[in-house]
Design a protein around this ligand. Structure first.
Ligand code: PHB
Length: 344
């Protein structure tokens, strides 16, 4: 049977109705960390997706970049998310919670007087606040991911995703330029990948089902002042993906390099499919990063990816799967102050 972008996709006892997925997008829809009516409406409109990947959801009150980013560490937040997940299910889609901690790139005014934390006490780069402290015991954060996964299950999510991409906390430990630790969390590939692997294990324990856990990786670096040399990237991510495959998780989401995410040009535009696809045998493979519908359909038909993840076009086109499957024109993205790729 030939597989197309319109075909259902099965994993972990779930059936995705198509292979066009909604990307995690920070929306700041509510003047609070509790999701409300605007979040419900936003996700309801996009329940056309085979799977919705929620906006980044904070695992603790600290570790955030945005005043109104939602969390999943209080009963009120769990109740708020339950209304979102119920709505998505009534509308016939599925939703995973993206578990998020931004580590050293937290906004200092949102830290309640606490220091920003990262793998090491360093200051560098365009966005990193002037000072951040080295995390004393990374295990504390693994526990936060485990508890957040438990809470996500109670809130009715179909699964959880560890956000280990885009220079946030798990990425900060993977990156040699950000992670200068000399304990078991720094140095070798084995040590730098430990945090992401343990976070995934924590999520598996919290959700009680490995196939309902995914991880998001952006091996090209760039965003948030991270970026190792190509040989280091290939080594680090080959080790990480090989180890994660052993955990039998549902999917690995790979983000490819795109200019909007790399104003510092620290990234390396390596092709994650070429380098890492061959290592993935059990998990489903999702690809994210300025895909066009045509390209996504081709990659699915070739078996290179299992599903394609779309961000900005899904904001302007809540019926994006239908448009891609039927090859219909897309409504323009309202670029506003957003970065606009050349030629768009
Ligand atoms: C953002 O809010 O700007 C943001 C959040 C998560 C990402 C990337 C960007 O992975």
């Amino acid at each position: 049977m030939t597989v197309s972008i319109a075909s259902p996709l099965e994993f972990g006892g779930l059936t995705l109705k198509n292979r066009v997925l909604l990307a995690s997008l920070t929306r700041d829809r509510n003047p609070a960390t509790v999701p409300g009516e605007l979040n419900i409406e936003y996700y309801r409109q996009r329940s056309t997706a085979g799977l919705i990947l929620s906006e980044g959801i904070l695992v603790e009150p600290l570790g955030t970049e945005w005043t109104y980013a939602p969390g999943i560490y209080s009963e009120k937040q769990i109740a708020g998310w339950k209304k979102v997940t119920d709505t998505v299910h009534v509308e016939g889609s599925l939703i995973f919670a993206q578990l998020w901690h931004v580590g050293r790139v937290s906004h200092p005014v949102l830290q309640a007087g606490q220091p920003n934390v990262g793998p090491s006490a360093r200051c560098e780069g365009w966005q990193i606040p002037p000072a951040h402290q080295a995390i004393e015991d990374p295990q504390r954060y693994i526990d936060l991911y485990r508890i957040a996964a438990q809470n996500a299950k109670r809130a009715g999510f179909d699964g959880v995703e560890i956000h280990a991409a885009n220079g946030y906390l798990p990425y900060q430990l993977l990156d040699k330029t950000a992670n200068q630790r000399t304990d078991k969390w720094g140095g070798s590939d084995e040590n730098r990948t430990r945090f992401a692997i343990e976070a995934v294990k924590g999520a598996i324990e919290g959700f009680s089902d490995a196939r309902r856990v995914g991880i998001k990786l952006s091996p090209s670096g760039g965003y948030n002042d991270v970026g190792d040399a190509e040989d280091v990237l290939i080594h680090t991510y080959s080790h990480l993906i090989t180890e994660i495959e052993e955990l039998n998780i549902g999917y690995i989401q790979l983000v490819r390099w795109f200019a909007a995410f790399d104003p510092t040009t620290r990234g390396n535009p390596l092709d994650p499919i070429k380098h890492f696809r061959p290592l993935i045998k059990n998990a489903k493979v999702f690809l994210n990063g300025e895909l066009t519908g045509t390209e996504a359909a081709e990659l699915v038909a070739l078996g290179q990816i299992d599903a394609a993840v779309f961000g900005r076009p899904f904001i302007a086109n809540p019926d994006l799967p239908h448009r891609i499957i039927k090859n219909l024109p897309l409504a323009d993205i309202n670029w506003g102050a957003l970065y606009r790729p050349a030629g768009d």
